[in-house]
Design a protein around this ligand. Sequence first.
Ligand code: HEC
Ligand code: HEC
Length: 366
Amino acid sequence: MAPRPKSRFAPAAWCAAVLFGAALGAMAWPGGPAAADPAPVRVIQLDMGDDAEPPLGLDPVRVPENNPQTPDKIALGRQLFFDPRLSVDGTVSCASCHNPKLGWSNGLSFAFGVKGQTGGRSAPTVLNAAYSDTLFWDGRAPSLEEQAKGPIANPIEMGNTYGQVTQTLKGIPGYVDRFKAVFGTDDITIDHVAMAIAAFERTIVSGNSPFDRYKYGGDRGALSAAQVRGMELFRDKQGPNCAKCHRFDDFTADLTDFRFHNVGVGSDHPTPDPGREKVTGSAEDRGQFRTPTLRNVALTGPYMHDGRFATLEQVVDYYAQGALANPNLDVEIHKFDLSAGQKADLLAFLEALTGDPLVMDPPALP
Ligand code: HEC
Ligand code: HEC
């Protein structure tokens, strides 16, 4: 059996986190990293050992005190996540747009919801969403619990109402039993639905990428020479400057600063998406979107909030030309020149951010 990946955290910090009482991420690593496995498909183990440790490169997942992780709750959340009966016409589940086989996104520029309707933004991956306190491209939801309620009632996504969805679930005896076992009440509320889904999402984390093994696992062979050169370009302030916002250093390896920036995307649209401005009401925030993590980015195209780029090469070309000028363009965005070789290096580095695959089949539904 391969050794378990070590936490990036020093043991003392790890213990402190445990003592803090948060039920930490439900990750279990029965076989360790899948290095020796020819088909490295890992199925999440739903029970939580007390040795639940985050994958290499990731922090422990923080869990709200009022919604502790339990195996039953995670299993229930998993069923709800894959259950199309949460949508108004029984056709669309969370997994329709956050498909494990498509990097927990949908491979499309825009999301198709009930009745074939499309929304105006691309579906971000759910992988590692557990690390963000500001969900959605504009950060309007402060927690996974709050976030999960959004798509259910969104007319374009699942088109349902909270009343209707709880009514539907109450009509399915298997769910009534499960909700009772998990939450101890006969009533099924929308908050309980959201809590279970959130608990499940907190297990959808992926680390132990070649980048993590190189940077945090001491494996100097994990990255190719090209990828190491690409990493240097990634944080070259005079050059691509990507790490300014897609941050990694000794303190964080989230590949995002969790902040909002205007990188010009969508400013060329006749009626640009206001982004963060819509949440804060401040004109300064116009056209700002949350920096997405670049973990697993090779799996989650197309890219940007409007899904305008099919490939990472197009993304790099976009930044290299200085993005799209607009009055709110972030000061950290500037033109840069890369040779063909350097561009290939940078792209090779982005490929090295793909963590252990996390694929699962839909569970049996009650
Ligand atoms: C019709 C497609 C669709 C369905 C169905 C859907 N989503 Fe999404 N999801 C999206 C889109 C599009 C966004 C981004 C919307 C925005 O930023 O305004 C999103 C955003 C998210 C995010 C935020 C990720 C981040 O990084 O900010 C999470 C988490 C998420 N969805 C989970 C869910 C859950 C849970 C369900 C089921 C209850 C669900 N989604 C159903 C399309 C969908
Ligand atoms: C000023 C901060 C900033 C800098 C610098 C920056 N990014 Fe971004 N990046 C963002 C933001 C914000 C978004 C989301 C933009 C949107 O969709 O409107 C983004 C989106 C992306 C995406 C799309 C990810 C997805 O899931 O759709 C990729 C890929 C990306 N950036 C790569 C890079 C690379 C490579 C560099 C360096 C050449 C870079 N970024 C520099 C802030 C930044």
